[in-house]
Ligand binder design. Structure first.
Ligand code: HEC
Ligand code: HEC
Length: 220
């Protein structure tokens, strides 16, 4: 398809050049720059890579079959692209994802973001401990005043859907994954000034409670 397009464009260029040259004796215009890929082409590229590489761990639709691998359907596209860049650079440390991101160009990363953002979250995780989830809900909505922990909803959205461009979706995430990430922020293994400050002010049980709550959160 690309080849055919290129041939047509180049062909048209040659034709115009000869006409322009014949009429005004002007120098031939330079070949047209490659056109920006359309949204459909970007999504197709994302799907191609997702199906060939990412499917085993994140599902074709961004719903991961395993609790240690995050669900990424419906994540803000810029957030996904940025995390892939961080894995590639080693700013976010994970041996598996470093390998996965190594071969992706910035355009591929953008395509992965657009592709997964276009997938509708289907929900596979559940909150099992009701009392714990209720405690988590309070923290999510109101924070912990005495510990100066802000409401999570302020940045991740009242319904947990995330806010493009920077704030990841949290609703329906595997609790094992959320727990690991919150502990990683607290220990400094995953670096982000805001999330590190917040998590170091939380007790282990607060982190557990909020992870449990997120797993059962439902939104589109
Ligand atoms: C072998 C399993 C595996 C494969 C294949 C894989 N991933 Fe991952 N992915 C993971 C794991 C595990 C994590 C969590 C890493 C961590 O703890 O920091 C992750 C994290 C991510 C994240 C961060 C999500 C977030 O919420 O911050 C993105 C984005 C991502 N993967 C995209 C991809 C893309 C795109 C591909 C294909 C090019 C891919 N992954 C292939 C296992 C995998
Ligand atoms: C001031 C804004 C802000 C507030 C408040 C906030 N977060 Fe975040 N959170 C972020 C940003 C930004 C990121 C992405 C950081 C990165 O790039 O690693 C993030 C990342 C996360 C992640 C990792 C998501 C993933 O897919 O890997 C989790 C889990 C999380 N936050 C939970 C919480 C919880 C729970 C609270 C409330 C106790 C909270 N956040 C409050 C801004 C915020």
């Amino acid at each position: 398809m690309k080849k055919i397009l290129a041939t047509i464009i180049l062909g048209a260029g040659t034709y115009c050049a000869s006409v322009a040259g014949a009429i005004a004796n002007e120098p031939a215009p330079t070949a047209a720059a490659a056109p920006e890929p359309t949204k459909a082409e970007v999504l197709a590229r994302g799907q191609q890579i997702a199906g060939a590489v990412c499917v085993a761990c994140h599902g074709l639709d961004g719903m991961s079959p395993i609790p240690n691998n995050p669900n990424i359907a419906g994540m803000p596209p810029q957030y996904i692209a940025e995390q892939l860049q961080h894995f590639k650079e080693g700013k976010r440390k994970n041996a598996i994802m470093a390998g996965m991101a190594a071969g992706l160009s910035p355009a591929d990363m953008k395509a992965m973001g657009e592709y997964y953002f276009a997938q509708r979250p289907k929900y596979n995780a559940v909150a099992r401990d009701k009392a714990l989830a209720e405690k988590g809900q309070k923290i999510y909505r109101a924070g912990i005043a005495e510990a100066k922990v802000p409401a999570c909803a302020g940045c991740h959205g009242g319904a947990g859907a995330g806010i493009p461009a920077k704030y990841p979706r949290l609703a329906g995430q595997w609790p094992e994954y959320s727990l690991t990430q919150l502990k990683a922020y607290a220990s400094g293994e995953r670096q982000h000034p805001v999330m590190t400050t917040i998590t170091t002010r939380m007790r282990d049980n607060d982190i557990l409670a909020v992870s449990e709550y997120l797993a059962g959160m439902r939104t589109q």
